[in-house]
Design a protein. Structure first.
Length: 342
């Protein structure tokens, strides 16, 4: 009998790629998604890849009764991977209460259900944003959590604290928080990928939309930073490496391999690339010259962040296998597929 995993936000960017990895590993998957930042077409994309259509429930995790009803209906959930959250940094500054309600109430309602189960396993989608501008690079899991630069980042910090305190009070709840650096790319089949709604906030979808002629040029937010080429440095990790890490972390929980019932891992490549290097990587794999211009810095951007991945390498026996060129190639293939559809 296959173990059954709930993936909240499973039609989103990282969620959908993780659903594929879970199904390919033999897990049965139930997706909860309220389609506020995703499309039902993603379900078809997943099924095209794995030939298995996940169960899908269109419900809003902010509705406590809906969450309770879900767990009444699905008594056989063996683990939960929780992606569902609002994640636009800028929007969170404009509308903090939307972010606190959506990102924290959903988490609380899920944990209230899980703690009643016999052997609950929980994986939380966290972010390197909890570190702010770290004092030391590369960033380890012991780096101090700094005051969040945005309500979005704060919901990740508070979320981790809620899980930590709940695990302390509920010893049979086993949890892992995964702190992603910058997820980019798409499944190599180009059947699923990043689907930003409206103008992309993130770098890579903006690059691919510019290369596809949907945007006039890329605006690079600042080239006067204290870095070798003046542009910010990030750790760009292929979304399929990220998906694989979630399956490995889940199996660690299911196999009860943890020393204690709450752990945190950084997920990155361990390599930093500047915005200009990211553009150059894209140009190399696409053969396209990318039009860009330098503009003012973006409020809230940190100068540099890249992961110390020693802990995930050693404890999870996981290492990112793709580099930034692989990720850019998959992102471009996905964008071209989207253009064919439109
Ligand atoms: C990367 C770099 C920009 C767009 C955020 C969140 C993080 C996670 C990923 C949700 C920066 C530059 C970008 C553009 C640019 N979000 N840039 N022109 O800000 O590192 O991380 O998104 O999980 O939690 O903090 O990612 O892709 O927005 O920016 O020059 O049009 O690209 O200044 O240096 P970021 P990003």
């Amino acid at each position: 009998m296959n173990k059954k995993i709930l993936v909240t936000g499973g039609l989103g960017f990282i969620g959908s790629h993780t659903v594929v990895a879970l199904q390919e590993r033999g897990f049965d998957v139930v997706i909860i998604d309220n389609l506020s930042n995703s499309s039902i077409e993603v379900l078809g994309g997943i099924t095209k890849i794995t030939r298995i259509s996940p169960e899908f429930e269109n419900l809003d995790l902010r509705d406590k009764q809906s969450v309770n009803n879900f767990f009444e209906k699905y008594q056989d959930i063996d683990g939960v991977i929780h992606f569902a959250a609002s994640k636009a940094v800028g929007e969170s500054v404009q509308n903090p209460l939307l972010y606190y309600e959506n990102n924290l109430n959903s988490l609380i309602y899920l944990l209230q259900q899980l703690k009643e189960k016999e052997a609950p396993k929980f994986i939380f989608s966290s972010s390197c944003t909890v570190y702010g501008q770290a004092d030391e690079l590369p960033i380890t899991e012991n780096a101090p959590v700094k005051k969040a630069e945005s309500p979005y980042g704060n919901t990740k910090q508070i979320g981790e604290e809620i899980i930590f305190d709940t695990c302390s009070a509920v010893p049979h709840l086993k949890a892992i928080s995964l702190r992603y650096f910058n997820p980019i790319g798409a499944h190599h089949s180009a059947n699923i990928g990043e689907l930003p709604i409206g103008t992309p906030q993130n770098l890579v979808p903006y690059i691919t939309q510019t290369a596809a002629g949907k945007r006039e040029q890329l605006s690079i937010f600042g080239n006067d930073y204290p870095t070798p080429d003046g542009t910010c440095i990030r750790d760009y990790i292929h979304v399929m490496d990220l998906a694989r890490a979630h399956v490995i972390a889940l199996e660690r929980l299911l196999d009860n391999e943890q020393e204690n019932n709450y752990e945190v891992f950084n997920l990155g490549t361990g390599k930093g690339n500047s915005v200009l290097e990211a553009v150059q990587a894209f140009e190399k794999v696409s053969g396209k010259k990318l039009p860009y211009t330098f503009v003012d810095r973006r409020e809230g951007d940190i100068v540099a962040a890249y992961a110390d991945t020693t802990k995930a390498n050693r404890v999870l026996n996981w290492t990112a296998e793709f580099n930034i060129e692989d990720a850019m190639e998959s992102a471009w293939k996905w964008q071209q597929k989207l253009e064919e559809k439109n």
